[in-house]
Design a protein around this ligand. Structure first.
Ligand code: 13P
Length: 250
């Protein structure tokens, strides 16, 4: 199975609903490569409004977080059925900002991925190492441990439905990007782990995205690596022209 090329925007906690609607309209007015799956991960408050816009078929919307429970006394949380009901089809799970600021653990993130899949949402499952771990040379080991701890909760069929995003924390919002070789090294290690644990068909079918200061100037070279199937883009996704240039970099 040929895996998908995916350009995913992570707007993080940016834009009002009105600004988000304007940004989505502007993005969809561009000529976007139909061979790429585009996913706009917007704040949850925006998703229903975005789903009501007329957008090309290959542009999907996603949430940036979900809770594991379907409903109940969990003030402020957003469940998978709620997210699904907005029209979203993807959900970012385990972004490093959630791990760092909201103490989300590997195990809890495995539960979130499971919950998302049970409601037909595709998790964009994030992993990545900090600068100290990279400097010590333990980055591959660290990312493998993150994935193994989370995926222990998932069946092989569930793992096969994930999108994985490798986001080195030292490259997020810093302007510093992993080199194409550094990205390829980690993506190949992830795919190798998937092959050993779940078989070659699963490993070949999972899209693995790179995230961390992706911009129009570096997207083509990073996306050109054999095991890089696209990007998860923060800052550069907040301008329609720069994100569309990234979408058109495959
Ligand atoms: P930047 O593209 O702003 O570095 O953010 C990357 C990211 O965290 C996407 O999820």
């Amino acid at each position: 199975m040929k895996r998908k090329n995916i350009a995913a925007a992570n707007w993080k906690m940016n834009t009002t609903v009105q600004e988000g609607v304007a940004l989505m309209n502007e993005l969809c007015a561009q000529d976007l490569d139909k061979g790429a799956q585009v996913v706009v991960c917007a704040p949850a408050t925006h998703l229903y409004a975005l789903s009501q816009l007329s957008t090309p078929e290959h542009v999907a919307i996603g949430g940036q977080n979900i809770y594991t429970k379907d409903s109940g006394a969990f003030t402020g949380e957003i469940s998978c059925p709620m997210l699904k009901s907005t029209g979203a089809t993807y959900a970012v799970v385990g972004h490093s900002e959630r791990r760092a600021y909201f103490a989300e653990t590997d195990e809890f993130l495995g539960e979130k991925a499971k919950a998302a899949l049970s409601h037909g949402l595709t998790p964009i499952f994030c992993c990545g190492e900090g600068l100290d771990i990279r400097k010590a040379g333990n980055h591959v080991e660290h990312v493998m441990a993150q994935l193994k701890a989370s995926f222990a909760l998932l069946t092989a069929e569930e793992v096969a439905q994930l999108v994985i995003a490798y986001e080195p924390i030292w490259a997020i919002g810093t302007g510093e990007t992993a080199s194409p070789e550094q990205a390829q090294e980690m993506h190949a290690a992830i795919r190798n782990y998937l092959k050993d644990a779940y078989g070659a068909d699963t490993a070949d079918s999972i899209s693995i995205l790179y995230g961390g200061s992706v911009k129009p100037a570096n997207a083509k070279e990073i996306f050109g690596q054999p095991d890089v199937d696209g990007g998860l883009v923060g800052g550069a996704s907040l301008k329609a022209d720069s994100f569309s240039a990234i979408v058109n970099s495959f």
